[in-house]
Ligand binder design. Structure first.
Ligand code: SF4
Length: 468
C-alpha cells in the first residue's frame, strides 16, 4: 500500500544531495531533539564533559565531503531543518580549519568541530549504503546512540524504528483509495470514475488530514520554490563550488535559445530552453541553494524545467500545473514503493530516470491525456534510463549530474511524444519497467552507486577524500 505524501516526495531544502545533505540534516535534527530530552532528565555532575560524535558509513562516507554531509550534520545538530536553514551559513560551515561550533542545549553547551565527524571508508556493517551513527557521550562514555539510514529523496529511517517513524510528518491515516502499483491504480480509477488528480488529492487528504485548500497552498509553495530556482539559475554566472572548475551554463544556454528563436529555428529553441531551465535548477542545487527534491536533489532539475516550459512556452495555467505535480508524484510514489529513488541503492536510473518518468506523465496530464498515456509516457522515459550508473566526479553533484538533468527533461518530453503518438498497446507496462529498474540496480556493481569510485568518477581518481 502506498502511504507517501506529496510533501514527503517534494521537499524544499538546500542542495546538493537529498540523501547526503537533506537526509543527514534531518537525522541530526532528530538526534538533537532526543539528546535534548536525555539531557533534561539526566542526573550528572554540573562539570561533566559532554560530546556529540557522528560516524558516516558507505556512500555517505565515500561522497560525503563532496555533497557537504558534514555541514548538513552540523546544521541539524544546531537545530536547523532543511526548510529553515540559511544556505549561505551552511556553505560556510567548516570553511576554517579547527573551527569550533557551540551546540546550545538548555542544560549545557557542547563544543563541536569537524574532528567529531568520522568518515568511515572501510566496511559498512549496516544494512543500508547511506548510514550515519550519532552518539552523545558524557565523560567520554556513550549514553545515547542512534543509527539512521538516509534512503533517498531526503527520507530517513532509524535503526530499530519503523519505516514510517521518521519522515512521515503529519501522516496519520490510511489512503482513501488503496493501491500499490499502476495496475491497481488504473483499476481503482476505473471503479471510482474519478479523474486521477482528484483521486490522488483525496488520498492526500485522507493520509495527512489536510484540507484540499491546504494541499493546494503547499503545492503552490513547491511550484514557487521550483520556479525561483529556475529564474535564479538563469541569471547567475561563475564557477560552482567544490574545486572541479565547473562553470555555470544556464544563462548562456538560455541566450542561445532566444537567438535560435529569432532565427526561426523553433524546434532547436524548444530543446535549448528545456536544457537551460534544467541546467539552471541543477546549478543552483550544485551551489547548495534552495531547491525541491523531485524526487531527489541530484535529479531536482528535470521537473522544474518541464514546468517552466509548460508555464512559459505552452501557457499552461497554474492550477493545471499544480494538479500535474500531483500526477508526477504518483509516478514517484510507485517507483519508491516498488524499487527505490536512491542513486546509492540502484544507480542514477533511480534518480534521473525516476524524475524523467514523473515529468513524462506531467506532460501527458497537462495536455489532457488519459491515465494510460501518462503511464505509457512514464514507462518509456524510465525504459531509456535503465542501467544508468551513479558516478559523480569527486563526489560532487556536478559532472555528470547537471547535464544529466537536461537530458532527463528532453527524454521526458520525447517519451510523452512517443506515448501520445502511439495507437498500439505497449509491450512493457510501467509496473514491469519499475521492476526491471530494481533488478538492474541490484545487478549493478557497488562502484556505480554513489561511491565516486567507478565510471566517470574513476576517470578522475579517488578525489573525494578529505583534504583532496
Ligand atoms: S550521477 Fe545521478 S544519481 Fe548520482 S549523484 Fe549525480 S544525479 Fe544523483
Amino acid at each position: 500500500m502506498i502511504t507517501t505524501s506529496f510533501f514527503e516526495l517534494f521537499k524544499i531544502g538546500p542542495g546538493p544531495s537529498s540523501s547526503h545533505t537533506i537526509g543527514p540534516m534531518r537525522a541530526a535534527y532528530q538526534f538533537r531533539q532526543d539528546a535534548a530530552n536525555y539531557l533534561s532528565t539526566a542526573q550528572h555532575q554540573p562539570n561533566s564533559t559532554w560530546q556529540i560524535r557522528c560516524e558516516l558509513f558507505g556512500a555517505l562516507a565515500a561522497t560525503g565531503h563532496g555533497h557537504g554531509t558534514h555541514r548538513a550534520v552540523l546544521a541539524g545538530l544546531m537545530g536547523c531543518t532543511p526548510t529553515s536553514v540559511d544556505t549561505e551559513q551552511l556553505t560556510n560551515f567548516f570553511e576554517t580549519v579547527n573551527e569550533q561550533y557551540t551546540l546550545d542545549f538548555e542544560q549545557t553547551q557542547i563544543l563541536f568541530t569537524e574532528n567529531d565527524i568520522f568518515f568511515d571508508y572501510g566496511f559498512n556493517p549496516y544494512r543500508h549504503p547511506n548510514t550515519l551513527k550519532l552518539v552523545l557521550l558524557v565523560n567520554y562514555t556513550p549514553v545515547l546512540t542512534q543509527v539512521f539510514y538516509s534512503v533517498g529523496g531526503g527520507f530517513i529511517e532509524q535503526e530499530g524504528g519503523t519505516k514510517e517513524a521518521i519522515g512521515k510528518t503529519n501522516v496519520a491515516h490510511k489512503p482513501k483509495h488503496v493501491y500499490k502499483n499502476m495496475q491497481e491504480l488504473e483499476a481503482t480509477q476505473r471503479n471510482t470514475g474519478l479523474p486521477i488528480d482528484q483521486l490522488l488529492i483525496e488520498n492526500e487528504m485522507s493520509l495527512t488530514g489536510m484540507t484540499e485548500e491546504q494541499i493546494f497552498d503547499r503545492l503552490d509553495d513547491i511550484l514557487r520554490v521550483m520556479d525561483e530556482s529556475v529564474q535564479r539559475g538563469l541569471q547567475r554566472e561563475g564557477i560552482l563550488p567544490g574545486g572541479l572548475n565547473v562553470h555555470r551554463r544556464a544563462k548562456t544556454m538560455y541566450q542561445k535559445a532566444q537567438q535560435l528563436e529569432t532565427q526561426r529555428r523553433h524546434a532547436d529553441s524548444l530543446f535549448a530552453r528545456l536544457n537551460a531551465y534544467a541546467l539552471a535548477t541543477s546549478e543552483e542545487n550544485a551551489a547548495g541553494n534552495m531547491v525541491v527534491t523531485a524526487p531527489t536533489n541530484g535529479a531536482a532539475g528535470v521537473i522544474p524545467a518541464c514546468l517552466a516550459y509548460l508555464r512559459t512556452d505552452c501557457q499552461i495555467p497554474e492550477d493545471l500545473l499544480q494538479r500535474g505535480l500531483v500526477v508526477a508524484a504518483m509516478i514517484g510514489f510507485i517507483i519508491k514503493n516498488n524499487a527505490s529513488i536512491s542513486g546509492a541503492e540502484l544507480g542514477c536510473q533511480a534518480e534521473v530516470g525516476s524524475a524523467a518518468a514523473m515529468a513524462a506523465a506531467l506532460f501527458a496530464f497537462c495536455h489532457h491525456e488519459a491515465l494510460s498515456v501518462m503511464a505509457m509516457a512514464a514507462e518509456i522515459a524510465m525504459e531509456h534510463h535503465l542501467g544508468m550508473t551513479c558516478d559523480p566526479i569527486k563526489g560532487l553533484v556536478q559532472v555528470p549530474c547537471i547535464e544529466r538533468n537536461a537530458n532527463g527533461a528532453i527524454k521526458a518530453y520525447n517519451a510523452y511524444l512517443l506515448a501520445v503518438g502511439r495507437n498500439t498497446q505497449p509491450i512493457i507496462s510501467f509496473d514491469q519497467v519499475v521492476e526491471v529498474m530494481r533488478q538492474t540496480g541490484i545487478d549493478l556493481s557497488e562502484k556505480y552507486k554513489e561511491t565516486a569510485t567507478g565510471g566517470l568518477a574513476s576517470s578522475f581518481g579517488w578525489g573525494n577524500m578529505p583534504g583532496s
